[in-house]
Design a protein around this ligand. Structure first.
Ligand SMILES: C[S@@+](CC[C@H](N)C(=O)[O-])C[C@H]1O[C@@H](n2cnc3c(N)ncnc32)[C@H](O)[C@@H]1O
Length: 307
């Protein structure tokens, strides 16, 4: 069970920018320079150390993506081997935290893949109206842009008042930023375009106030959201949701870890509930039979009602 309170705030300005600069362009795995057997052994030892010391389990993540993040951290720490990085991780405060944050690739945007949000609005929303209370879970919400997008969509469809949106991520800094609900002002032009393509018909700027650098999204949206740290690799399922979105998260996992995660998502979804995945993701676990594909193009599945 996840605690939906008590998470500390930090000052993490620049986090989003760093994520975009470091991982953004490579989110879905571009070129990988390969590695030696020795390097693979060093990575095994490093991931084992992280797991045993901190409980974060990256042993079932795709290696190519992890390798890039490790090399990036080695550059920043000024070391030339993974073993030297490991030594710093074990003996110098803060290095482990920095690598853990590197492993969390927080690339996201508001109304990301607008046609998905349009399909959700047109095909799923009408089916949600029958519920008096709605619980929605964004698993792997990054810095929250997807969550605020969903709140806006539900508000326009008259469903937000009956909804609680739970949003989780393994990254503590991502959760702290999500709670703030402020996004760089310079992104608002692109987000307004996404919003309109996603079927929005109001003035997008009505949803936020601004200062010189940020758009601060309205408290009336935030009051329906609960944020918490939750790790899909190690934590269990919780609650029973009518909708779960887990978009652009599974791409980093091996098939074995994906299968574990589908167990959690399946166990947390009500019968007849909806599961939304990212555009390059699908259900590949033995649990596939529990779902029907509602919209193949936008990866929306519905959990079958078992007799
Ligand atoms: C690329 S972002 C996707 C954000 C958003 N869902 C979207 O589609 O725009 C991937 C997020 O998954 C999170 N993540 C990766 N592994 C995770 C895990 N084991 N448990 C929970 N979140 C995880 C990362 O921290 C990151 O914030």
């Amino acid at each position: 069970m996840t605690e939906f309170d008590g998470l500390g705030y930090g000052e993490h300005r620049g986090e989003r920018e760093n994520a975009a600069a470091d991982g953004g362009s490579r989110e879905e795995g571009s070129g990988d320079e390969g590695s030696t057997e020795l390097e693979e052994l060093e990575i095994d030892l490093l991931l084992e150390a992280i797991y045993r010391l901190r409980g974060f389990d990256f042993r079932s993540y795709l290696r190519s993506s992890l390798r890039r993040r490790i090399r990036h951290r080695m550059n920043l720490e000024g070391v030339s081997t993974i073993s030297s990085l490991q030594e710093r991780i074990l003996h110098i405060d803060g290095v482990m935290e920095r690598l853990l944050e590197d492993f969390s690739i927080k690339v996201t945007e508001m109304f990301r893949d607008p046609p998905f949000f349009l399909a959700f609005r047109k095909e799923i929303v009408p089916l949600l109206r029958m519920h008096d209370r709605l619980r929605i879970w964004h698993a792997g919400c990054a810095t929250g842009e997807e969550v605020y997008s969903m709140a806006i969509l539900l508000e326009e469809e008259g469903l937000l008042d009956r909804t609680t949106i739970y949003a989780t991520d393994m990254s503590r800094t991502a959760i702290a930023l999500s709670k703030e609900g402020r996004f760089p002002l310079k992104r608002m032009q692109a987000y307004t375009k996404n919003y309109l393509q996603a079927g929005g018909s109001r003035e997008f700027s009505a949803y936020y106030t601004t200062d010189h650098a940020y758009a601060h999204f309205l408290p009336s949206l935030k009051k329906h959201m609960m944020f918490a740290q939750h790790n899909l690799a190690t934590d269990g399922s919780f609650n029973e949701f009518q909708v779960i979105l887990c978009r652009n998260v599974l791409i980093y996992f091996t098939p074995e870890l994906q299968s574990r995660v589908f167990g959690i998502l399946n166990g947390s979804l009500a019968s007849g509930g909806f599961l939304a995945l990212g555009s390059k993701e699908s259900i590949i676990s033995p649990q596939r039979g529990d779902f029907e594909e509602l919209n193949a193009e936008y990866r929306i599945f519905r959990k079958r009602v078992m007799p």
